[in-house]
Design a protein around this ligand. Sequence first.
Ligand code: NAD
Length: 251
Amino acid sequence: MATLSEAQTSDPLVAVVSGGASGIGAAAAAALTARGVRVAALDLTPDEVAAPAVGIACDVSDDASVRGAVAEAVERFGRIDIVVNNAGIAAQGTVADNDDEEWRRVLDVNVVGMVRLARAALPYLRRSPAAAIVNTCSVFAAMGVPRRVLYSASKGAVHSLTLAMAADHVREGIRVNAVAPGAVDTPWIQRVLARTADPRAERDALNDRHPLGRLARPEEVGEAIAYLAVDASGTTGTVLAVDGGIHDLRL
Ligand code: NAD
């Protein structure tokens, strides 16, 4: 595989961000842009992507769609240095509530979707002088939270995937890390709260459950993603908590 020319090495880095139209993905796109990275936001709703990131239609549960989106990003920007595997969907209930089809649907987006995008981008990452993958995990990967068995298992898989991919590609110079947010004030959480009987009381309770006393802002998680993708040149195989202390602190 050809390496980048001298000129390409000094050109701006290029990132693909799945789920980059909303919430954490949009904040990651903005934080990467602030670091001089050109961003293609791969999303089901590419028209909702905020400039200067470029929206590209992509369904991470469809391999042909992912390969097509990666090809389009390369056609547009000429390279890919950074993959932010962020697209994810929610699931609620116990093992009694979700049938096989629902398990396949959620794991197909939350886990295999990350594999698909990494696989499609890998040939380009291998040519990059600064290759990095950042996966969006969750505190739920390592906590027992009631009625979240499928979502938690999917994020547990993202945690393992991050460590295994970091080991596989470290000798190629590709760093693989993850962020593990607690509750983040994105449209996702706003939808969850809106479905409750008393959204304001639920929000207060959620704020209280975090030792910092509040949900994270999407920008705080976006900064952590951009830090791992661009600045943390000596870091691989790390899952960085951005959760107001909920994973370890007991007050
Ligand atoms: P969000 O709903 O605001 O944004 C998710 C984006 O992903 C949307 O733009 C959506 O169109 C896109 N998307 C969904 N399915 C897709 C698919 N199949 N292909 C391509 N794009 C798809 O959600 P968010 O809160 O920003 O969550 C982003 C990630 O952060 C998810 O992986 C989620 O599990 C994780 N996370 C969120 C929280 C939280 O509290 N919000 C906490 C921990 C982890």
